[in-house]
Design a protein around this ligand. Structure first.
Ligand SMILES: [Fe+2]
Length: 160
């Protein structure tokens, strides 16, 4: 912990930094999974999915930055390397043996859904620690993830 004049109590900041870094690991993992889908998707919807997945990647990169910088603002160290993320992420491993648009849509919707659930839980957990700003960051992220989950899942919803 670094000393800071941030007025949130140190006990709260300690818990917040731990929580923020846990979600940072998920976000770094999610970003690599989105890129994995961007690179490897094949089939008749290739170009639209390839481009959609890159747009999602750009937003997730912003989530990573927002989360990492919040850990530092609270007096902590941002733990955001690929190795740390691989150890700490709660997301399931992205399948490396899939190719079709449908399979990537399914796999990526699972990743977005898991990450979205954790982001939503982080809103409440940080709010309970009286940190409305971190709650606001996770609210923004949760709203974005819900939008991207819709964009991805819409490919499968025509048949219901
Ligand atoms: Fe690319």
């Amino acid at each position: 912990m670094y000393t800071t004049k941030n007025d949130l109590p140190v006990q709260a900041r300690t818990k917040l930094i731990e929580l923020v870094n846990a979600r940072l690991a998920d976000a770094v993992d999610l970003q690599t999974q989105v890129k994995q889908a961007h690179w490897n998707v094949k089939g008749p919807d290739f170009i639209s999915l390839h481009q959609l997945f890159d747009e999602i990647n750009e937003d997730v990169e912003e989530y990573v930055d927002l989360i990492a910088e919040r850990a530092v603002q609270l007096g902590g160290v941002a733990l955001g390397t690929a190795r740390i993320a691989a150890r700490a992420s709660q997301l399931k491993e992205y399948p490396s043996d899939i190719a079709t648009g449908r399979d990537h849509v399914d796999a990526l919707s699972n990743a977005l859904s898991s990450f979205g659930k954790a982001a939503r839980q982080a809103i409440d957990a940080t709010d309970e620690l009286r940190d409305k700003d971190t709650a606001d960051i996770f609210t923004e992220i949760s709203r974005g993830v819900d939008k991207w989950l819709w964009f991805v899942e819409a490919h499968l919803q025509a048949d219901r």
